[in-house]
Ligand binder design. Structure first.
Ligand code: GRF
Length: 200
């Protein structure tokens, strides 16, 4: 059965693109039912439009607070019948009401490091890669994990992919190497939520 997925984004949307491409090629038995952004005018929204996928924007400017914005977001996601929520470069921590309104719908997030290392509040973007390099680690990678209310980067790991740290790496070169793995990891993680056909 084709899995209806909601993808939450905030910017570039290269992981959204990987998901859209995998759905289009038949490599992933899922369809992006809605793309939701917390910022207007970001490239990820153009990617959704090009793929003919509906999108919606919920900015904190339009709503009184985060809970109101995330509650409306959850209502939109429930409205399209999404059975999995994928945070693919979404830069807000979801308010608890989001999970209440989407009770029973799993939420997963993509993080650009090998959790539980280099995660938690404030650990995002280049800060993650800078911390990895400063630690002297010999490898990094990415993690797709479950998301639960009031926790950041602590949910059960769904998929992890590793990359080596090369001599002379900068946050930028490491981020690019990790990103390449993210594109496969997020598709792989979604695949694990696709219901398998039961033969009778
Ligand atoms: C990725 O590095 C992801 O791990 C992090 O945000 C970035 C999003 O990239 N959570 P993109 O918008 O999918 O290109």
């Amino acid at each position: 059965m084709t899995l209806p997925v909601a993808v939450l984004v905030s910017g570039r949307g290269s992981n959204l693109q990987a998901i859209l491409d995998a759905c289009a090629s038949g490599g992933l038995d899922a369809r992006v039912a809605i793309v939701v952004s917390n910022h207007a005018g970001v490239p990820a929204l153009q990617r959704a439009a090009l793929a003919g996928v509906p999108s919606a924007v919920f900015t904190l400017r339009t709503y009184s607070d985060r809970a109101a914005a995330h509650s409306a977001m959850a209502a939109a996601i429930a409205g399209v019948g999404a059975e999995l929520v994928v945070l693919a470069g979404f830069d807000h921590i979801l308010a608890p009401i989001f999970f209440v309104r989407l009770s029973g719908v799993p939420v997963i997030n993509l993080h650009p490091a090998l959790l539980p290392l280099f995660g938690g509040r404030g650990m995002h973007g280049d800060k993650v890669h800078e911390a990895v390099l400063a630690s002297g680690a010999t490898e990094s990678g990415c993690t797709v994990h479950r998301v639960h209310p009031e926790t950041v980067d602590l949910g059960e790991v769904v998929v992890q992919r590793r990359v080596p740290i090369e001599p002379g790496d900068t946050a930028e070169t490491l981020a690019a190497r990790v990103l390449e793995q993210e594109h496969g990891a997020i598709v792989d993680a979604i695949r694990r939520f696709v219901p398998t056909a039961v033969s009778r």
